[in-house]
Design a protein around this ligand. Structure first.
Ligand code: ADP
Ligand code: MG
Length: 328
């Protein structure tokens, strides 16, 4: 059997099924794993791999921003559980043509972002790479027991919310692939995304979100993970999707770009569900975190699957689900 037939998520499920659960509070299948830390606290752990030629091209970004992004995409998974990051481990396989200045710039980006999230670099590993630059970041974080937000807590009737704006990073990537310089606000979203740690923490502390995930593979793909884990369906309203002014400009010229907001990857926003009883507290929690949140739909019974409603109320067909590593 070829990897392409199994797909990224089929492969992960195959590994999960073969791995004993041990004494973890939460194992493979969510944004982080969780173990008891001390009384009343859970330790969250997550790891991400960034490979040159797969996740980034060195000619498109500077090494400082690449260092910042390596930290942010990882810390984003801690945010998605409602946790706060504590320690980072950085493993590097460095190609021989990299200069010391470039490595220093990368490291300073890593340390700068870690400091902004309140985490420390606690270790790692370094070796030579005969080919691409490989970056592996592992983050440990903590969340008070009882506040951890999983992918599996969504229930029919919950409202569906997303932070920030959608599709900016994917639109920047489209420019880069076409050999163009993206408008600076879009480039910043692609090269230097911000993990929504403060929002995740305040949603968790206030007990507002019933399920949460960070958007790495695209809105519909990551919503799919919440729906699968929760055993529910969802309805998404296209006219409610939060879009940046730059994205709206591009969309006015090419309506097909809407697919980037629905299925483009690397937004690193938080997608979460809110039971109706606590929805009125959401404004305060988001205000505390200083980030806009937008209601984009609702959770429904599982039989309904995931429906995307166009601005005219009709059902949108043929939307790509999102990014999957072994698909051709
Ligand atoms: P995310 O996009 O949030 O980083 P992924 O889709 O990469 O999540 O992973 C989903 C789940 O599968 C996570 O619990 C992750 O730890 C686990 N996972 C991914 N790859 C592997 C692997 N090679 N071995 C064991 N677990 C894995
Ligand atoms: Mg995630």
């Amino acid at each position: 059997m070829k990897l392409a037939q199994l797909g990224e998520f089929g492969l992960i499920e195959r590994i999960r099924a073969a791995a004993p659960a041990g004494r973890l509070r939460l194992g493979i299948g969510d944004d982080c794993a969780a173990q008891a830390l001390g009384p009343g606290e859970l330790l969250l752990t997550t790891t991400d791999l960034l490979v040159e030629g797969v996740h980034f091209r060195r000619e498109w970004t500077d090494l400082r921003r690449l260092g910042r992004k390596s930290v942010s995409v990882n810390v984003s998974d801690i945010a998605a559980m409602g946790g706060e990051p504590r320690a980072l481990y950085l493993a590097l396989a460095l190609p021989p043509d990299l200069t010391l200045e470039e490595v220093d710039a990368f490291t300073s980006g890593v340390l700068e972002a870690a400091g902004e999230y309140g985490a420390v670099l606690a270790g790692g590993d370094t070796c030579r790479s005969p080919g691409p630059l490989l970056i592996s970041v592992t983050a440990e974080g903590a969340v008070p027991e009882g506040e951890m937000i999983r992918r599996s807590g969504a229930r029919p009737g919950d409202a569906l919310y997303v932070s920030g704006t959608l599709g900016d990073s994917a639109l920047a990537l489209r420019h880069l692939l076409a050999g163009e310089e993206p408008p600076p606000p879009l480039a910043a979203r692609h090269h230097d995304p911000a993990a929504r740690v403060r929002l995740g923490r305040s949603l968790a502390a206030a007990g507002i979100a019933s399920a949460m995930i960070d958007l790495s593979d695209g809105l519909l793909a990551d919503l799919g993970h919440i729906l699968t884990a929760s055993g529910t369906g969802a309805e998404v309203e296209v006219r409610a999707l939060p879009l940046s002014p730059e994205f709206r400009n591009a969309l006015a010229a090419d309506p097909d770009l809407l697919d980037l907001a629905l299925s483009g990857g690397e937004d690193y926003e938080l997608l979460f569900t809110v039971p109706s009883g606590v929805e009125r507290h959401l404004g305060d929690a988001a205000g505390e975190a200083g980030i806009q949140v937008t209601r984009i739909g609702k959770i429904v019974h599982s039989g309904a699957g995931c429906t995307v409603r166009d601005a005219d109320g009709g059902i949108r067909a043929g939307t790509r689900r999102g990014f999957n590593h072994f698909e051709g």
